[in-house]
Design a protein around this ligand. Structure first.
Ligand SMILES: C[S@@+](CC[C@H](N)C(=O)[O-])C[C@H]1O[C@@H](n2cnc3c(N)ncnc32)[C@H](O)[C@@H]1O
Length: 328
């Protein structure tokens, strides 16, 4: 699955953006981004124009992160064919679009969010994709709405839990897990704080019987020691309009994210996870791995020609078989 927005979504957002001046969109996106940086949340999105500016600025990156998480989930559980999705804190519907793209088995899409403008936008752009034209988007508080929401094979909370206080976050995790028939995916910004929220919920849900499908190859406590933290990075191309909107020069952006995918099923295929971009020298490729027995540094020496050239192609976030520690 590529990290790029699906063509239908891109076109639908561009059509909507025709009614908004680029400078106005950039100003709105900047106000929202400043609110987030100052510890605020998406309450800064107060109008339909704000919602569109937010989607234009952030959806490419959050979609790219979700694409990476879904790919990791599918790699671990290739037979998982969910029919239903529950997108909690769905906002503009980013996770719904990403899951629909990754999983052709999905038929029923339920989205929950408290923000009316983001809901309006999501429903509007979803009409551009025949599979998403019948989404069931419910507006209100996620924990309350979850009580009456249908169970789903796949439940996703993407960039949501950071907007909640500790008690609410734990209530939400419980409520989401009770609606999860098979798999729950939680994605957060790849900051130490985002990671802390992920491991907090990971521990609670393992205690409730969940198994980790990704990124960890085990259900043990996270072996990383602060100030280290588990996060990944997804590169995405920036269009000229996207650069203008973000006041950015670079033609690409690296979205950092932390995540966990939890399943009710026992995970059969446990593979080590690469926790940083491998270091390549003329002597060796050095790979930082999370394995079933903890954090390990794997050295693939240059003299081991075949494995060295394979290892050079590895990326941060890839999974590896533990014994061989080389791609299949
Ligand atoms: C940062 S946005 C992420 C949106 C979307 N999941 C994505 O990845 O693009 C967070 C979303 O969570 C929603 N949200 C925050 N607190 C909520 C709550 N208590 N109940 C329902 N939605 C909530 C916001 O309205 C917003 O749409």
């Amino acid at each position: 699955m590529t990290p790029d927005l699906p063509a239908e979504l891109k076109a639908a957002l561009e059509r909507k953006a025709e009614g908004l001046s680029r400078n106005d969109a950039a100003r709105r996106a900047n106000v929202i981004s400043q609110a987030y940086r100052g510890g605020g949340d998406s309450k800064a999105i107060r109008s339909d124009d704000d919602a569109l500016a937010y989607a234009l600025a952030r959806m490419p990156a959050t979609y790219a992160a979700l694409a990476a998480c879904l790919s990791a989930m599918i790699e671990t559980r290739p037979d998982f064919a969910p029919a239903s999705l529950l997108d909690v804190g769905a906002g503009p519907g980013t996770a719904t679009w990403a899951a629909a793209e990754a999983l052709s088995s999905l038929r029923a899409f339920t989205l929950l969010d408290s923000n009316m403008s983001l809901r309006n936008l999501a429903i509007d752009v979803a009409r551009s994709a025949s599979r998403l034209s019948e989404i069931d988007y419910r507006q209100g508080d996620a924990v309350k709405l979850l009580a009456d929401a249908p169970n789903a094979d796949l439940v996703v909370a993407s960039y949501l839990v950071g907007e909640l206080g500790t008690a609410e976050r734990l209530r939400l995790a419980d409520a989401m897990w009770s609606k999860t028939s098979d798999t729950l995916m939680i994605v957060e910004p790849g900051t130490p704080a985002g990671y802390a929220r992920i491991i907090e919920l990971r521990a609670c849900l393992i205690a409730a019987g969940a198994h980790v499908a990704a990124p960890c190859p085990h259900d043990n406590a996270c072996p990383l020691i602060a100030p280290d933290w588990c996060h990944f990075s997804q590169r995405l191309a920036r269009s000229r309009a996207h650069k203008h909107l973000k006041g950015a020069e670079l033609p690409y952006e690296d979205e950092k994210f932390s995540y966990v995918v939890l399943s009710r099923k026992t995970i059969v295929r446990r593979r080590a996870r690469i926790l940083a971009q491998p270091k390549i020298s003329k002597v060796a490729v050095t790979i930082k791995l999370c394995t079933t027995s903890g954090i390990e540094a794997e050295n693939v020496p240059h003299r081991d020609k075949t494995n060295y050239s394979r290892a050079k192609k590895l990326n941060w976030g890839d999974a590896l078989d533990e014994k061989k520690s080389t791609p299949e």
